[in-house]
Design a protein around this ligand. Structure first.
Ligand code: SF4
Ligand code: SF4
Length: 323
């Protein structure tokens, strides 16, 4: 199954296709793995050593800093009135250029039913940028709601461990259904309905122009996620994830899985916001010795950080040898 097709299937909420023995040289792969055996005790020792390592949160820390700096740029620019970056994340002007996040540009186009010329150059610039940067990288490296929801997720996990929170899981196809619903709403009402409830835009505007009543909606979302359904907005509703996921399908920046060194204990799947993309790490699911993780991956780096055997790493297609 090609990366392109598998990524589209994942974005639509379909289950990853399991390889059949005829499809893949499973025996060859496992024969390769047997060359570097690692016992359970040895794996625990590797995990313990990794947990103490200074690199344990390398990518997470880089990502948090990037996300905070990007969002602060808008705030500082507004407060100091330097007009370097004007507007908010969803629609802005950078050094005079009109820019819009790709999902907002799509919603505006559907609502106005024509291509807004002012936005065209900026949107194409943003498109090229996100193709290079990985598509859903927007979610984990820029979106302010992602960061708040990530912190709320830690609280959810803490509560769930004690039996004080549950995780209701919905079918992942509901996100694709919401995508169509929001697109139709823009088309039929002539109004960008999604933008009014998008926590990404609400938080970005609140940071820049000050808090408003819309923050109560964010609070309600977070309470729902903490007590009832882990990362519900990002997993099951937000159309921004699908828009940037589609961009990620053609992006050369990916997370790559190397099954040779993997021991399939699944630490990566426990921490990932979109664990279905890591099904390939389940024993017997890999299609080859290395597999690129599908475009629904947000390139957050949490799995890269947590993997005790360095079986997951960033890759930039075409530049592997140079990196
Ligand atoms: S890739 Fe996942 S399952 Fe494999 S060793 Fe790393 S954390 Fe464990
Ligand atoms: S696969 Fe890894 S990088 Fe991608 S979203 Fe999951 S944890 Fe983040």
């Amino acid at each position: 199954m090609s990366y392109f097709v598998e990524s589209l299937r994942q974005l639509l909420g379909l289950k990853p296709i399991k390889p059949t023995p005829e499809q893949i040289p499973i025996q060859t792969i496992y024969k390769e793995k047997r060359k570097t055996p690692l016992s359970r005790e040895a794996l625990h020792a590797v995990e313990a050593g990794h947990a103490r390592s200074a690199n344990r949160h390398k990518w997470r820390n880089r990502r948090w800093i990037t996300l905070i700096v990007v969002n602060l740029l808008f705030v500082v620019s507004y407060v100091l009135d330097v007009q370097l970056v004007e507007g908010a994340l969803t629609a802005s002007r950078v050094i005079g250029f009109h820019l819009a996040d790709l999902n907002s540009a799509l919603q505006v186009t559907l609502a106005y039913k024509h291509i807004v010329v002012n936005l065209l150059i900026g949107t194409l610039t943003v498109l090229v940028l996100w193709i290079l940067l990985g598509g859903r990288t927007f979610c984990s490296w820029v979106c302010p709601y992602h960061l708040v929801a990530e912190w709320a997720e830690s609280l959810h996990l803490w509560l769930a461990k004690r039996g004080w929170a549950i995780d209701i899981q919905f079918h992942r196809t509901v996100r694709a259904v919401f995508y169509v619903v929001f697109a139709l709403l823009a088309l039929l009402t002539g109004y960008t309905v999604f933008e009014t409830i998008s926590p990404t835009g609400i938080l970005s505007r609140a940071l820049i122009y000050g808090p408003g009543l819309a923050l109560l909606w964010i609070l309600a979302l977070l309470v729902f996620e903490v007590l009832l359904s882990r990362r519900a907005w990002c997993r099951y509703i937000c159309p921004i994830g699908i828009t940037y996921g589609l961009v990620g399908v053609v992006s050369p920046l990916r997370v790559q899985y190397n099954m040779r060194s993997c021991h399939h204990e699944g630490d990566c799947r426990k921490i990932c916001m979109v664990p279905h993309v890591l099904d390939v790490t389940i024993r017997g699911r890999a299609q080859g010795l290395t597999t690129d993780i599908g475009a629904d991956c947000t390139r957050c780096g949490l799995c890269v950080d947590i993997c005790p055997t360095s079986s997951l790493s960033y890759t930039f297609k075409g530049l592997e040898k140079a990196l």
